[in-house]
Design a protein around this ligand. Structure first.
Ligand code: SF4
Length: 225
């Protein structure tokens, strides 16, 4: 590991996670709009339940902004029921579809052509879209180089001694943008790898023995003492 000594630690972590888990092939979706829908539905939901909701939408031919706009809220809520908070999520999907129609006439290429900071600010102004959802959309649906921060990322960074347990979203994000090149493919892979690592090892109660990051991690070393 001596060649890693001079390398920013978040690059080292990325390479090690990629070596051990391999590419994660995120985000599982057939279209950019389906990715956006998934980004909204995954709020406070297990992905397996999001998949059921998306399957319902697909079977009812509702996976387009215009179909979402035209569907009554109550019907939409029934379709997304498996993802939980279904009334709230139906309202959020309608807000997203309304934004796409009013702002871009549903042209996602036109949306993609916008500068990232302006687009991010606009997305944050849409009902139901916060930092994480906005960045999921920017990164996975539109290929913009932004790093997605979720609870797994905060927890990992904290355990590694790289960040406080709680803090503003942007402070976690800046760690990655300071140490990594702005590369959407790498950012997409890295976030997916962190989620994988949170499921495999760095769980709520971490399984540190055998963790590929153990020598970098004060939490892991303490648990081994
Ligand atoms: S050593 Fe433990 S706490 Fe540290 S990253 Fe690995 S699993 Fe998480």
């Amino acid at each position: 590991m001596s060649s890693e000594a001079a390398e920013p630690v978040l690059r080292v972590i990325y390479r090690r996670l990629l070596d051990v888990y391999g590419p994660q092939h995120w985000w599982p979706a057939e279209t950019r709009f389906e990715m956006m829908v998934g980004a909204v539905l995954t709020q406070s939901a297990a992905w397996s339940n999001v998949e059921k909701a998306i399957a319902n939408l697909g079977a009812a031919s509702k996976l387009s902004p215009s179909a979402i706009r035209e569907t009554p809220s109550e019907d939409l809520a029934q379709l997304v029921y498996p993802s939980g908070y279904y009334n709230a999520k139906a309202k959020k999907l309608k807000a997203l579809a309304a934004y796409l129609g009013e702002r871009f006439d549903d042209d996602l290429d036109a949306m993609q052509a916008q500068p990232t900071p302006a687009l991010r600010a606009e997305l944050l102004g849409v009902h139901g879209i916060g930092d994480e959802t906005a960045d999921d959309i920017l990164l996975y649906a539109l290929g913009k180089p932004v790093f997605v921060i979720d609870e797994f990322t905060r927890r990992l960074l904290h355990r590694l001694g790289l960040a406080a347990e709680k803090g503003p979203y942007s402070t976690y994000q800046e760690l990655f943008t300071r140490q990594m090149d702005e590369d959407a493919e790498v950012f997409a892979e890295y976030h997916a790898l962190i989620v994988r690592h949170a499921k495999e090892s760095c769980r709520k109660r971490p399984v540190c023995q055998g963790c590929v990051l153990l020598d970098l991690c004060p939490t892991g070393r303490r648990s081994a003492d």
